[in-house]
Design a protein around this ligand. Structure first.
Ligand code: 13P
Length: 249
């Protein structure tokens, strides 16, 4: 059984004033049986980690190198040093905005593991790919290419985020989510053996309070990677509670 994770990706949103939302989440505590992760913009990491309590803090990207002449980038050990325990890698926005390939994501995941960070490796098909019937082929190729051979439940989380569902309010049907997650689970077990069964599989893309419980009831969905609805404690809290309810059952 994979552990349960409710992860918030603030993307390029928030300044110091937004840390009040994190404080509000912290004050509620983390329910038993789940992990909660917030990934704020890099400039907020140190301040977020200082007040995060039981909530884990993560970066949104890292460079594959440990240090060097890479202006504007941050390395995995810098994130770790700032108080992060996770890093999101290969988000579709980075794949689109920065041309990140599976090989680049894989190198970053190796760097993250080397720094003692857990990588949240993102994969997902575009609308064109879904409509062409290529979804499973696309996500399995991304999974294979983006995960290093050293991936395990202690250093890796996989997030399935259909590109067309991100920030659009459009969500795949529960059947579509279940089909992809069961294919991903099978691929992880085929590659990593029983350990592949323990790597958490998150769904991401327009998750909100109103659909979280239904999505969390889908087999092989171990949590969510949430964008917009993670920015406010009042929006994210019910999603955390819906995940905790699946553990309490
Ligand atoms: P939304 O929840 O805003 O659709 O974003 C999903 C996402 O991209 C999380 O990484």
């Amino acid at each position: 059984m994979a552990r349960k994770l409710a992860a918030g990706n603030w993307k390029m949103n928030g300044t110091g004033a937004s840390l009040g939302e994190l404080e509000a989440l912290v004050s509620e505590g983390v329910p038993q049986g789940v992990e909660v992760l917030i990934c704020p913009p890099a400039p907020l990491l140190t301040r977020a980690a200082a007040l995060a309590g039981d909530i884990a803090i993560g970066g949104q990207d890292c460079h594959a190198a440990v240090s060097g002449a890479h202006t504007g980038d941050v390395s995995a050990i810098m994130l770790k040093d700032a108080g992060a325990s996770y890093v999101i890698l290969g988000h579709s926005e980075r794949r689109a905005d920065h041309g990140e390939s599976d090989a680049v994501v894989r190198a970053k995941a190796e760097a993250a593991a080397g720094a003692g960070l857990q990588a949240v490796v993102c994969i997902g098909e575009t609308l064109d790919e879904r409509e062409a019937g290529q979804t499973l082929q696309v996500v399995e190729t991304q999974l294979t290419g983006s995960l290093p051979d050293t991936a395990s439940a202690s250093n890796t989380v996989v997030a399935y985020e259909p590109v067309w569902a991100i920030g659009t309010g459009k969500v795949p049907t529960l059947e579509q989510i279940g089909e992809v997650h069961s294919a991903l689970r099978a691929a992880l077990v085929a590659r990593f053996g029983a350990a592949g069964g323990d790597i958490p599989l998150l769904y991401g893309g327009s998750v909100k309070a109103g659909n979280a419980a239904d999505i969390f009831a889908v087999p092989n969905v171990d949590g969510a990677l949430v964008g917009g609805a993670s920015l406010k404690a009042a929006d994210f809290r019910p999603i955390i509670s819906a995940l905790a309810a699946t553990v309490a059952e």
